[in-house]
Design a binder for this molecule. Structure first.
Ligand SMILES: NC(=O)c1ccc[n+]([C@@H]2O[C@H](COP(=O)([O-])OP(=O)(O)OC[C@H]3O[C@@H](n4cnc5c(N)ncnc54)[C@H](O)[C@@H]3O)[C@@H](O)[C@H]2O)c1
Ligand SMILES: O=c1ccn([C@@H]2O[C@H](COP(=O)(O)OP(=O)(O)O[C@H]3O[C@H](CO)[C@@H](O)[C@H](O)[C@H]3O)[C@@H](O)[C@H]2O)c(=O)[nH]1
Length: 453
């Protein structure tokens, strides 16, 4: 099948690469010339495991090309996939500027029989507007539109696409359904054919539900801290009930990323415009916002005056296996630390380039060891495997004071206590091993003077 993908961001590039790897002929179009030039040279502008290798395989096989020229992209195509951004407006609604521009551009080249599919996350009614915009600029309506929202997760995007569990085809006619079926045939996911409105709403509902699970477990974690329960064990107890499920029950510093924060906000606006005032989703957002600042409160418990203190941040990306820092908890937390005049130094295995742009005032380290050296406290914000395997003895030797505030529950409180750390995490007991370790291991000279304790 000849496919044109418009937008080569996280969704468009992964989609183009994966469908080309399955034997479709794909042209990826982006108006960003630098991006297209680097893709043509085999350089992937984002960090996504496995993407570069798969992309280079497809380009070598001549199944995948990159261009800035939409006419060239649509020349042979029978199906057009729109994957441009839909960022949030100031009021939380989805900004459709890029979508509208693309629709008007597509209208210049659309031919009878083509199917135009929206992969971008768009509010209900947008695909119908796309139909109007494309027809306005083409002067005809001999094409089909469809909503096929994307459910991939960053960091796992290739697998999520090639082994997609389900796909929703929101269609207006049989032509669109057949085109989408042909496109997905090599993947063979469970397919749900719906109206366009159902498909559009399903994407927001799915993200809002996942965000709800996270805020729910974070609230439970906050209760655990007050009643002496352990959220990690509790989440397992809850999750092993199949009706609940184990995924998205990881308590922590709250969700970030390019999707949950903006899509929950947009969903609230979509519902309000339809005269329904969502009650759960705004609470989910509030809990998520407060969760970031609870971590700062934990830091202040052990370090009440932050001015002049050296605070090391481990993890900047909103989750592991990505360099994406959009709406990452690290952004708010670091801003708060800087506003209290702490000296902040951060390390992330892959997000440093993004951080240079988004946090120009933060010193960036090139290793975790460099970041924690002489630190008064360490804050863990991303659950990278590299942090989980940190040598705790080395960490303790490098730090000035052994305070670890863990927003991702990477370590066990008891182990941290034994290693001599002050350790506070989410939904578990706060421990302080600094004093006990000093008592247990007095210096030899002190022992000689005062006898054993
Ligand atoms: N990032 C994710 O994990 C994810 C997952 C599911 C759904 N989505 C949704 O998919 C959409 C895209 O998200 P993203 O993260 O890939 O965005 P992105 O910002 O990474 O990429 C968008 C790309 O579109 C290009 N673009 C914009 N206007 C264009 C035009 N007129 N012609 C050609 N190219 C144009 C930009 O240059 C950019 O490269 C959004 O609606 C998002 O909500 C994202
Ligand atoms: O139990 C959990 C699971 C996730 N998170 C956090 O939630 C955020 C989002 O994580 P994840 O969903 O894995 O990443 P995304 O790439 O943002 O993917 C979400 O957003 C995409 C864009 O809409 C959807 O396509 C995906 O299905 C949906 O999972 C991250 O900050 C995670 O740290 C938690 O705190 N606890």
């Amino acid at each position: 099948m000849n496919v044109c993908v418009i937008g080569t961001g996280y969704v468009g590039l992964v989609t183009g690469v994966c469908f080309s790897s399955l034997g479709h002929n794909v042209v990826c179009v982006d108006h960003d010339l630098d991006k297209i030039n680097s893709l043509r040279c085999g350089v992937v502008p984002i960090y996504e495991p496995g993407l570069k290798e798969l992309m280079n395989k497809s380009t070598k096989a001549n199944n995948l090309i990159f261009t800035t020229d939409l006419e060239e992209g649509m020349n042979e195509a029978t199906i057009i996939l729109i994957a441009v951004g839909t960022p949030a407006n100031k009021d939380g609604s989805a900004n459709l500027t890029y979508i509208k521009r693309v629709a008007l551009e597509i209208g210049q080249y659309v031919r009878p029989g083509m199917t135009i599919v929206t992969k971008s996350t768009v509010p209900v009614g947008t695909n119908k507007k796309i139909k109007q915009w494309v027809s306005f600029s083409s002067g005809h309506q001999q094409f089909s539109i469809a909503s096929c929202p994307e459910f991939l997760r960053e960091g796992n995007a290739i697998k999520d696409t090639l082994e997609m569990e389900r796909a929703v085809f929101g269609v207006e006619d049989v032509q669109a359904e057949l085109a989408l079926r042909a496109l997905h045939k090599p993947i063979n996911p469970t397919i749900i054919v719906t109206t366009i409105e159902t498909a559009e709403t399903a994407k927001y509902a799915a993200n809002a539900f996942l965000a709800t699970k996270i805020s729910f477990i974070n609230e439970v974690a906050n209760v655990c801290e007050s009643v002496g329960a352990d959220v990690e064990a509790l989440a397992r107890v809850m999750g092993l009930d199949h009706r609940i499920g184990t995924s998205f029950l990881k308590a922590g510093v709250g969700y970030g990323g390019s999707c949950f924060p903006k899509d929950t906000q947009a969903f609230i606006r979509i519902a309000a415009e339809a005269n329904y005032h969502l009650q759960i989703v705004p609470a989910v957002e509030r809990v998520n916002h407060e969760q970031r600042y609870r971590l700062l409160a934990k830091l202040k418990k052990s370090c009440p005056i932050l001015a002049g203190k050296r605070i090391a941040i481990l993890g900047l990306a909103f989750k592991p296996h990505t360099d994406d820092m959009r709406a990452a908890p690290a952004l708010d937390i670091i801003q708060a630390l800087l506003s209290e005049q702490s000296s902040t130094i951060a390390y992330d295995p892959v997000a440093s380039d993004q951080a240079k742009r988004l946090l120009p005032d933060v010193v960036l380290a090139s290793s975790w060891q460099e970041a924690v050296k002489e630190a008064d406290a360490v804050l863990i914000l991303t659950d990278w495997a590299e942090f989980k395997s940190i040598d705790l003895e080395e960490l303790k030797v490098l730090m000035r004071d052994s305070v670890v505030i863990d927003g991702r529950n990477l370590f066990h409180p008891e182990e941290m206590k034994q290693q001599g750390f002050y350790y506070d995490s989410v939904g578990r007991a706060q421990v302080d091993g600094r004093l006990s370790q000093k008592k247990e291991a007095p210096s030899p000279s002190l022992t000689a003077q005062t006898g054993t304790h």
